[in-house]
Design a protein around this ligand. Structure first.
Ligand code: SF4
Length: 468
């Protein structure tokens, strides 16, 4: 089992991102943030026009019909953090085993300190399975993660997302209707997409990253496709190529490109699918020749990392180990010493000899937490600007206190439920992922100029152990 359990400690001792932002915005610390409004409560943005809010995704286009969060009661908006922490602890104590709180790696420390489990989205959905008697699963992450937890939990368990505005801009870049439209256009090039060719393989297998809506997972399940995580993307692609001549990969072009490149797929056989252009912007000949069709999606957090940042880190910290997430652009992954999922990064740091310097290219809440928990190393974020994931940041202790106190009163608010007709094929796509077995190759080797500090061999079902 993967252990991703930072010790419980007083949050004021940690160099939390919230604290850094407040100090920078009040001039008490040097440094810069990508949005000074991050220091305000997220409810300021819930009341305004629909937006992802300040942070890395603030420039992304939010889709029409994105979930809105109703006004948070004033008592939670005006309470101090100390008051909110006390209310959360009291509600949690009252609820006992009736509730389990899940905290994503990228969630702010002020929320994560109350989590029973901390991990990546799929680890957390699996962690909830270890608490079958919990009536409520409070997922401190983003919308697609709560949907996945709902898919895997028992029907009578309520999955709660403390702030409904916590979506994911990357997941939103591939909506169901655009992907359906793409599928129809691909049929005009390849013919019947369900009929195997002379080699016994169908023309195209859809593969969706875990970071996608349940509707997309359902689409993939209906069309013989598979879900993947950043840990097992290579294994899943290998399995997809056994049954299909090519893969349609969405929503993250970078994870798709980095994975396929590491498998030896030439870049010229990875055309991009831009949903706003006929045939995605490629010719029929290019699509005929394609091995992996990459959806035009990206994570605005990981898009911030650059080769120049790596060069600067190496110049200022000789011997630094640079590890980045595979959602980063290909040149960044190629220039790094290693690339891998959040689980890979956590393990690489744990396995390194004391005194190692790490520059990490992933969301800053995780990087600063790893730095606080591993004082034997020097760990810093590759991006010098404090710029957290906009949507993770929509979860504030005020929302956590609100949903827990509502549960104490017997009321379930902000429940995320996947419709049955979507859930069945979505679970099928997840089951295909669990059945996919690596073909002997390292599951997490991307680009990089040197051997990684550690390799991850954790199965896709790795579950974080409960926190002490
Ligand atoms: S870090 Fe990127 S992929 Fe993850 S929730 Fe935020 S926007 Fe989505």
């Amino acid at each position: 089992m993967t252990i991703v359990t930072p010790p419980v400690r007083d949050i004021r001792l940690a160099a939390s991102v919230d604290r850094s932002i407040r100090l920078i915005s009040t001039g008490k610390a040097t440094g810069s943030t990508c949005a000074p409004e991050l220091a305000d409560g997220p409810w300021e943005f819930d009341r305004g026009p629909v937006a992802y809010g300040p942070g890395a995704s603030q420039g992304d286009v939010i889709p029409t019909g994105a979930p809105r969060q109703g006004a948070l009661p004033e008592a939670y908006r005006t309470a101090t953090n100390d008051e909110l922490h006390a209310r959360i602890r009291a509600a949690k104590a009252t609820l006992g085993d009736r509730v389990v709180i899940l905290g994503h790696f990228y969630q702010r420390d002020e929320v994560v300190q109350h989590a029973d489990f901390v991990g990546d989205s799929f680890q957390l959905a699996n962690a909830a399975l270890t608490k079958p008697d919990a009536e409520a699963i409070v997922f401190c992450g983003v919308h697609f993660m709560a949907e996945t937890a709902d898919l895997l939990s028992r029907p009578e368990q309520a999955v709660i997302l403390p702030n409904l505005a916590a979506g994911c801009s990357m997941a939103d870049m591939a909506d169901e209707s655009s992907v359906e439209e793409c599928w129809e256009q691909l049929a005009t090039v390849y013919g019947d997409l369900d009929t195997p060719g002379a080699d016994g393989r169908v023309p195209v297998i859809p593969v969706t990253y875990m970071n996608s809506s349940a509707a997309l997972k359902g689409f993939v399940g209906r069309h013989g496709g598979i879900v993947c995580t950043s840990s097992n993307a290579r294994t899943v692609l290998e399995q997809a190529f056994e049954r299909g001549q090519r893969v349609l990969f969405f929503p993250d072009q970078h994870l798709g490109r980095n994975t396929a490149k590491a498998m030896g797929v030439p870049l010229e056989q990875m055309p991009m699918w831009n949903p706003r252009r006929p045939l995605g912007g490629s010719s029929a000949e290019q699509l005929e020749d394609a091995r992996v069709i990459l959806w035009h999606g990206f994570c605005s957090v990981h898009k911030r990392f650059t080769v120049e940042q790596i060069e600067r880190a190496r110049a200022e910290h000789p011997g630094v180990q640079v590890i980045v997430h595979p959602e980063c652009p290909m040149p960044v992954v190629d220039a790094a010493d290693a690339a891998g999922s959040t689980d890979f990064i956590v393990k690489a740091i744990a396995a390194a000899p004391a005194g190692t310097t790490f520059a990490i290219g992933t969301e800053i809440n995780l990087v600063q937490r790893l730095a606080a928990e591993n004082p034997q190393h020097e760990i810093f974020c590759l991006d010098p600007v404090v710029c957290p994931c906009s949507t993770m940041y929509r979860i504030h202790p005020g929302y956590l206190a609100w949903v827990l106190e509502e549960l104490v009163e017997g009321r379930v608010v902000n429940r995320i439920q996947v419709a049955d007709e979507v859930a069945a094929p979505a679970r099928l796509a997840l089951e295909r992922m669990l059945a996919a077995k690596p073909q002997g190759s390292a599951p997490e080797r991307f680009g990089g100029s040197a051997a990684p500090a550690a390799t991850s061999t954790s199965p896709a079902t790795a579950t974080p152990e409960p926190r002490a």
